[in-house]
Design a protein around this ligand. Sequence first.
Ligand SMILES: [Zn+2]
Length: 291
Amino acid sequence: MVTSPADFIARSCICCASAQLDKSGAVLMPFVAKRVFDHDPVEVTADWGLRDLRAGMAYTLCNSLQCQACGVLFLDYRFTDAQMAALYAGYRDEAYTRQRDHYEPGYAAVAEHYHGRESYIADVERWLKRHVPARPAVLDWGGGSGLNTPFRGQHALLHVHDISAVELAEGAESIGPEQLVRGHYDLVTCCQVLEHVPSPRALIEQILPAMDRDTLLYVEVPHEALMREHPGSLTLARAKKHWHEHINFFTHQALHRLLENAGLTVLDSHLLPVDLGWRKAEVMGVLARLA
Ligand SMILES: [Zn+2]
């Protein structure tokens, strides 16, 4: 039984449904805990008068889970729709940035880098080009403003579906799930989204109605440093002591299983080193179509 959106705590793998999970205690970082649960860190002091507690800071507790079958490493909490909406309201706008900078001094300076199109998108387009027709009709699922949508500016059509309700970049048009038309799109992209969501499987299933036999789906997630540094390791739960907005750390195998279990065939995949200006990273991309 794959973890469903109704499960507040994951009971099985979010990608392959295996119940073999390794578990280790961790904390949810205060910004996320504040937005999702309205929790603030508290200091337990002697004047609480609690005999069985040691004095010190208390943070929102959680578990790190790692699937022993496909290797995906993830937070045990699976946020509800309302919690997700609270976490991502006004994503990276002024109020969001101010609040996050309060919990994470220095965030505002880093956030400056998010306002331009990432240079690695050109590399993604180069990789996709051999599969995708010229001037494609594109649907970007979870694409925020559409700023980083592949082929923006070279598109015949660009629809963006996103929960954050941010202002859209030039050329992008916002649509809701009820407006999806099957067969409308050459390419559906879902980039830098699955690492944020409580049920990657449910998200892929939401996308499927927009696809027909000729539609390609490009899914891209970060190849997180912890996963890069320990390829094939199944003992990463104990190494992951804190969780932030990326609540799922994927392996190639996990991503493939996720797509295949949703009825898709993986056509191609890549690892791409990216220079974000303020740090070096790597992304993992998979191209699939209906099986
Ligand atoms: Zn798994």
